[in-house]
Design a protein around this ligand. Structure first.
Ligand code: NDP
Length: 328
């Protein structure tokens, strides 16, 4: 028998968790032949709800689900984990300032970073979905000095998938025709979905669109504000697509990107493309043998430069704020 791969999910009783856990358990991350053990973290008041979710997981009788542990102590739940999907975060409440938000999330992601540092498996990969995801990732990473920094990444795959979907709809082509989409910067309203390096059926996407006004004034804001549009339509947030993107992100990190394509991941900047070193920012990345690398050598025109700079300036401000709070 194969040893199960241990996958931790935080905020497991939440909306994203409710979509994520069943797909993880059914093999969407690791395939049909790899048993998975789920290790689910929640805050104490949510444990009862989580017990109910575990009853449903049991009732699915998933052949790939080798076990489920639940609890409220990251030091226990993160024991031996190979993949940590950090979904639980403190949402912005009414009247909450960004500083308060960052401080509340520091109280979550600093101890979780320490617990991963002390207890996770030596090959652990950490994906941060909970917002503000990029800065939460920076906090977790900074509190886990023994885990290589490249094992931390934040989710911009949902933005990436949204950008592919919008472009495919605009051009009337299947999503499979679209390659080399890039989200740059922060997972926030300042993110920059880039069509100048994307390809449609092998052709440059910006040229295929041939409409700078649509690109600048429809495409970019539609992708950046898609979460709000879904809340408006559905009455609750885009939890299922966020869960799906979390799986896509973690699976690409394992399986790699296809030849002739790349993905978007928020990873530690080495200064590439003028993104200040030390920020966790979204880049075009290829993945091979479980290691990501930032795609090099792309030409950045003035339009893209200004968009990337605006988003990374926001990330730099968030970093200053969490530094000021002593969280990193
Ligand atoms: P969700 O499961 O809907 O969302 C969880 C986090 O994911 C939020 O930070 C949310 O950000 C973020 N997110 C990222 N992308 C998306 C997207 N496209 N759509 C929606 N959310 C997105 O939140 P719930 O409130 O339902 O559940 C959160 C759970 O986390 C609760 O059960 C809570 O108890 C738990 N929690 C657990 C902690 C722990 O395990 N220690 C710590 C803190 C909370 P945004 O706020 O911007 O929507």
């Amino acid at each position: 028998t194969t040893t199960p791969v241990k996958v931790a999910v935080t905020g497991a009783a939440g909306q994203i968790g409710y979509s994520l856990l069943f797909r993880l358990a059914s093999g969407a991350l690791l395939g049909p032949d790899t048993p998975i053990q789920l290790r689910l973290l929640e805050i104490t008041p949510a444990l009862k709800t989580l017990e109910g979710v575990v009853m449903e997981l049991d009732d699915c009788a998933f052949p790939t689900l080798a076990g489920v542990e639940i609890g409220d102590d990251p030091n226990v739940i993160f024991d031996g984990v190979n993949h940590a999907l950090l979904v639980g975060a403190r949402p912005r409440g009414p009247g909450m300032e960004r500083g308060d938000l960052l401080e509340a999330n520091g109280g979550i992601f600093a101890p979780q970073g320490k617990a991963l540092n002390a207890h996770a498996a030596s090959d652990v990969r950490v994906t941060i979905t909970g917002n503000p995801a990029n800065t939460n990732a920076l906090i977790a990473m900074s509190n886990a000095p023994d885990i290589p920094t490249e094992r931390f990444s934040a989710l911009t795959r949902l933005d990436h998938n949204r950008a592919i979907s919008q472009l495919a709809a605009k051009l009337g082509v299947p999503v499979t025709e679209i390659k080399k989409m890039t989200i740059w910067g922060n997972h926030s309203a300042t993110q920059y979905p880039d069509l100048f390096h994307a390809e449609v059926g092998g052709r440059n996407a910006a040229e295929a669109v041939g409409d700078q006004d649509w690109l600048a004034n429809t495409f970019i804001p539609t992708v950046a504000k898609r979460g709000a549009a879904i809340i408006e339509a559905r009455g609750s947030s885009s939890a299922a697509s966020a869960a799906s993107a979390t799986i896509d992100h973690a699976r690409t990190w394992i399986d790699g990107t296809a030849e002739g394509d790349w993905t978007s991941m928020s990873v530690l900047s080495d200064g590439s493309y003028g993104v200040p070193e030390g920020l966790i920012s979204s880049f075009p990345v290829t993945v091979s043998d479980g290691q990501w690398s930032i795609v090099q050598g792309l030409e950045i025109d003035d339009f893209s430069r200004a968009k990337i700079d605006a988003s990374t300036a926001e990330l730099a401000e968030e970093r200053e704020a969490v530094k000021g709070l002593g969280l990193i």
